[in-house]
Ligand binder design. Structure first.
Ligand code: UDX
Length: 437
C-alpha cells in the first residue's frame, strides 16, 4: 500500500516506520524541518526503544521517506492523521489547530478510493465534521477513525502488535471498502488474530478517551488508597497486590506514587471533561475532576515528605532528584510529575539537582533554572535527601551501600514505590514513600 502519515512526533514517526517495516511505501510529513531532517538521516528525534533500528532498516529498504511538503502525499491511497492535540493554554479543551491544518493539507490531494485514517485523540464530534469535509472535497474518499493506544517506551511493539483495532466508519458500501483498505494495511496483525472492532465514528472517538480516563482513574484510585494508608499505617503496595489478585480488578496500573503525567492522560481527561460540558453531560464526568485533584495532590505531598525529612524546612537544603521523564524508557517531560516536584522544591528554596538517563535535554529546555547532572553519582553529591521520582531500572537497582559515602544525609524518598525498603533501611538509610509506613 502507498501510505502518507501527517505528523511525525511520538505517534506519527513510530507509525510511519512501523508501516514501512510491514512492507508499505510510506511518506511521513511534518511541518518542522529539523524533525524531518533528523528522520531522513535515520535518526530518531526523541528516545523510543527500537525506533532507531527501525528507521535504519526501513530507510535502507527505500520504502520510507520524510518531507515537509504535503504534496508528497498525492501518490498515497491511505493518509494517516497522527498530529498532536495538546491542551489549550489556560483551558481544559484540546487545541485542534494541528488536526485542522493536516485535514486542510490532505483535502486537495484526495482521489476516489482514498482513505483518510484519523489516529489523533480528538473531542467526540470532530471525526463527523472531518468526514463531511472529505465528502465535499472528494465524494469517493472515506474517513475511518482508528484511535491509537500506544504507550511511550513500548510504541514500536504496541504499533506492530496492538491489543485491538478499533475502526469507526460509516455503515455504507464506501465505508466497507475503506474497512477493506485498512485491513490490507494491518494484514499482518489481523492474521495473527488481533481483535478488530467496527464501530460508528462517535464510539471510536470515545473509546480512546474512555480508555485513558479508566487508566487515570485506576491510578488515582490507588493513590487515594495511599492517602488512607498514610493515615492508618497501612502499606499501599501490599494492598494493591492483594486486591490485584482479583481478576476483575487486576494488578496492572495499581502502582501508587507520585501519579500520572505525560502527553496523554492529564490532557485527555481534561479535554474529555470540557467536551462533556459542551454536550450538556458534564455531571457524567465530574468524577474525573476528582481523579485530577488526587493526582495533583500527590505532587504536593511529595514536597511535604521532603520537607519532613529535612526537619521542617527545605530552604537551603540539597536535594537530588533521580528522574525527570514522566515515566521510564521515555525522554518525554510533558507534565512530568518528577520535574514538577523538582521545580516546586527549587521554587520553595531547596538546591535541587536532577538527573535522568534520557530526559535531561528536554528537562533543561523546560526548567533551565534547575541544576542537572549526567550521572546519579554527581547528582547525589552532598545531598541531604535523595528522591527517586521516575522508576528507571538503573534507579531501582541502586546499591544503598555504594551511594552512602556520597551523600550528606542518608535519606531516601521513593516516589514510585519501586525500591526495597528493607534493603535501604538495613544499609542505614531513612526510607520514606507515599502510602507506606
Ligand atoms: C497512555 C496510555 O497507556 C496509552 O494507551 C495511550 O494511548 C496514551 O496514554 P503513556 O502516556 O505512554 O500512554 O503512558 P502510561 O504507561 O499509560 O503511563 C502514564 C502515566 O501514569 C505515567 O506518568 C506513569 O508513571 C503513571 N503510572 C502508570 C502510575 O503512576 N501508576 C501506574 O500503575 C501506571
Amino acid at each position: 500500500m502507498r501510505i502518507s502519515v501527517f505528523g511525525c512526533g511520538y505517534l506519527g514517526a513510530v507509525h510511519a516506520a512501523c508501516m514501512a517495516k510491514l512492507g508499505h511505501e510510506v511518506v511521513g510529513i511534518d511541518v518542522l524541518p529539523q524533525q524531518v531532517a533528523a528522520l531522513s538521516r535515520g535518526e530518531a528525534p526523541f528516545f523510543e526503544p527500537g525506533l532507531p533500528e527501525l528507521l535504519t532498516e526501513a530507510g535502507a529498504s527505500g520504502r520510507l521517506a520524510f518531507t515537509t511538503d504535503a504534496a508528497a502525499a498525492a501518490e498515497a491511497t491511505v493518509h494517516f492523521i497522527c498530529v498532536g492535540t495538546p491542551q489549550k493554554p489556560g483551558e481544559n479543551a484540546a487545541d485542534m489547530r494541528f488536526v485542522n491544518s493536516a485535514v486542510d493539507a490532505v483535502l486537495p490531494l484526495l482521489k476516489a478510493g482514498d482513505v483518510v485514517v484519523g489516529k489523533s485523540t480528538v473531542p467526540v464530534g470532530t471525526a463527523e465534521a472531518i468526514a463531511r469535509r472529505i465528502h465535499d472535497a472528494q465524494p469517493g474518499a472515506e474517513l475511518v477513525w482508528n484511535p491509537e493506544f500506544l504507550r511511550e517506551g513500548f510504541a514500536v511493539k504496541d504499533t506492530l502488535h496492538p491489543d485491538r483495532f478499533v475502526y469507526g466508519v460509516a455503515d455504507t458500501e464506501q465505508g466497507r471498502a475503506a474497512t477493506a483498505t485498512l485491513d490490507a494495511v494491518y494484514a499482518d496483525a489481523l492474521s495473527d488474530g488481533t481483535p478488530r472492532i467496527i464501530a460508528d465514528l462517535a464510539t471510536a472517538q470515545l473509546v480512546k478517551v474512555a480508555a485513558n480516563s479508566f487508566l487515570a482513574t485506576k491510578i488515582s484510585f490507588i493513590n487515594a488508597m495511599a492517602e488512607l494508608c498514610e493515615a492508618t499505617g497501612a502499606d499501599v503496595t501490599l494492598l494493591a497486590d492483594a486486591i490485584g489478585h482479583d481478576a476483575r480488578i487486576g494488578r496492572r496500573f495499581l502502582n501508587a506514587g507520585v501519579g500520572f503525567g505525560g502527553g496523554c492522560l492529564p490532557k485527555d481527561i481534561r479535554a474529555f471533561m470540557a467536551r462533556a460540558g459542551e454536550l450538556g453531560v458534564d455531571q457524567a464526568l465530574s468524577f474525573l475532576s476528582e481523579v485530577d485533584s488526587i493526582n495533583m495532590r500527590r505532587r504536593v505531598r511529595m514536597v511535604d515528605l521532603a520537607r519532613e525529612q529535612c526537619g521542617g524546612s527545605i530552604v537551603g537544603r540539597t536535594v537530588a532528584v533521580l528522574g525527570a521523564a514522566f515515566k521510564p524508557d521515555s525522554d518525554d517531560v510533558r507534565d512530568s510529575p518528577a520535574l514538577s516536584v523538582a521545580a516546586q522544591m527549587q521554587l520553595q528554596g531547596a538546591k535541587v539537582t536532577v538527573t535522568d538517563p534520557e530526559a535531561i535535554h528536554n528537562a533543561r529546555k523546560k526548567w533551565p533554572e534547575l541544576a542537572y547532572a549526567s550521572t546519579v553519582k554527581e547528582a547525589v553529591q552532598d545531598a541531604d535527601v535523595v528522591m527517586v521520582l521516575t522508576e528507571w531500572s538503573e534507579y531501582v537497582a541502586l546499591d544503598p551501600e555504594e551511594l552512602a559515602p556520597l551523600v550528606r544525609g542518608k535519606q531516601i524518598i521513593d516516589g514510585r514505590n519501586c525500591l526495597e525498603p528493607a534493603t535501604w533501611r538495613a544499609a542505614g538509610w531513612a526510607y520514606r514513600a507515599l502510602g507506606r509506613p
